[in-house]
Design a protein around this ligand. Structure first.
Ligand code: KIV
Ligand code: ZN
Length: 386
């Protein structure tokens, strides 16, 4: 397999891991709409569902396979023949099908979820990959709870599944447990110690239980992973998954020498679509796509921003499709922001007049959450106090 060594593949699991959020279930038509938008965004892989889990999920994988052309369509399975058979069936119309199979890799999961042993689990992992490979060329293997797995055992497992035919090896921090340096070191260890590791792509799949999903994913990429898994708006079980928009914009903002195929100008639109369809509001301070991500509200920031946007703007809002930056007028705003808005409305004020209006503005702003254009018009209508 020949790969651009600096290309990072983006694997979107909004419709599978993201949809596991209680109350966020989608209908098949809604999933198709999101899948088309993901295709326009430029994701490389869409994880469309877990076909064995329900007839509805099975049907969604079928319909998404028909609806998109460029992205690989992936279906999740556990490491057993029944799950894999269902995935093969559901992916029959996919132009580029991928089966995502796997099993627990930490001793916690091996003992307390599977009541098994490392050797038995390893055998089941290899058997599942070999079985799936009989139907589909592109097989991704996930070593669930790899974040807490013994690294030597994890390396054995990864080596064995690559030998069995896995094309991608997913190293999930299922419980969002790792620190970035720990997770990065895990990926580095696998890169340096697993035989034939270059025959497969290492994938990072991080959860956000400690708020570290994005940092861990980037640490994984810096240590040799070349596929990142996540969701739009970072939705997902518990505290969620890695937020795709955050990782992509980190790669664009910092010179790490890595690039994706994502058209970042689509982020705002798809974020709103996912939020609306899943009935899950985006927190206002969410990086990249939150309502306040490009809103400047304190006097010091507003003054600096109006002098030179780059004083307080590391990403241009238009680069992620955000309508525009905003200067919000509140009781923390200064004269510069007030003058900016009054000029926008056509008022040019000399300094004493601005001082007077500013005094009255502060009184009003102390009693109101934010000041709109109508409020400004009213302020200007009041005769100046001499
Ligand atoms: O978090 C996880 O381990 C998963 C796997 C099923 C890939 O979602
Ligand atoms: Zn997950």
């Amino acid at each position: 397999m020949l790969h651009d060594p600096n290309r990072v593949y983006v694997f979107d699991t909004t419709l599978r891991d993201g949809e596991q959020v209680p109350g966020c279930q989608l209908t098949t038509p809604e999933k198709i709409e999101i899948a088309r938008e993901l295709e326009a965004l430029g994701v490389d892989i869409i994880e469309a569902g877990f076909p064995i889990s329900s007839p509805g999920d099975f049907q969604s994988v079928v319909e998404i396979s028909k609806a998109v052309t460029h992205p690989t369509v992936c279906a999740l399975t556990r490491a057993n023949k029944g799950d894999i058979d269902a995935a093969v069936q559901a992916l029959q119309y996919a132009k580029h099908p991928r089966i995502h199979t796997g099993i627990g890799s930490s001793d916690q999961h091996i003992k307390h979820k599977f009541n098994s042993t490392r050797d038995e689990i390893l055998a089941r992992a290899v058997e599942a990959v070999k079985y799936a490979k009989g139907f589909v060329e592109d097989i991704e293997f996930y070593a669930e709870d790899a974040g807490r797995a013994d690294i030597e055992f994890l390396a054995r497992m990864v080596e064995a599944v690559i030998a069995a035919g896995a094309t991608v090896v997913n190293i999930p921090d299922t419980n969002g447990y790792c620190l970035p340096d720990q997770y990065g070191a895990k990926i580095k260890f696998l890169k340096e110690n697993v035989k034939n590791i270059d025959k497969a792509i290492i994938s990072v799949h991080c959860h956000n239980d400690l708020g570290l999903a994005t940092a861990n994913s980037v640490a994984g990429l810096q240590n040799g992973a070349r596929q990142i898994e996540g969701t739009i708006n970072g939705i997902g079980e518990r505290a969620g998954n890695t937020s795709i928009e955050e990782v992509v914009m980190i790669l664009k903002t910092h010179q790490l020498g890595l690039h994706t195929n994502i058209n970042a100008r689509q982020f705002y639109e798809i974020s709103r679509m996912v939020s609306t369809q899943m009935r899950m509001p985006v927190q206002p301070n969410k990086a990249i796509v939150g309502a306040n991500a490009f809103a400047h509200s304190s006097g010091i920031h507003q003054d600096g921003f109006l002098k030179n946007r780059e004083n307080y703007e590391i990403i241009k809002p238009e680069d992620v499709g955000f309508p525009s930056a905003s200067i919000v007028l509140t009781a923390r705003s200064g004269r510069h922001a007030l003058k900016y808005h009054l000029e926008r409305l056509g008022f040019t004020l000399d300094k004493p007049t601005l001082d007077d209006v500013y005094k009255r503005f502060l009184t009003l702003a102390d009693s109101k959450l934010d000041i709109n254009d109508e409020d400004l018009q009213s302020l200007m209508a009041v005769p100046e106090v001499k």
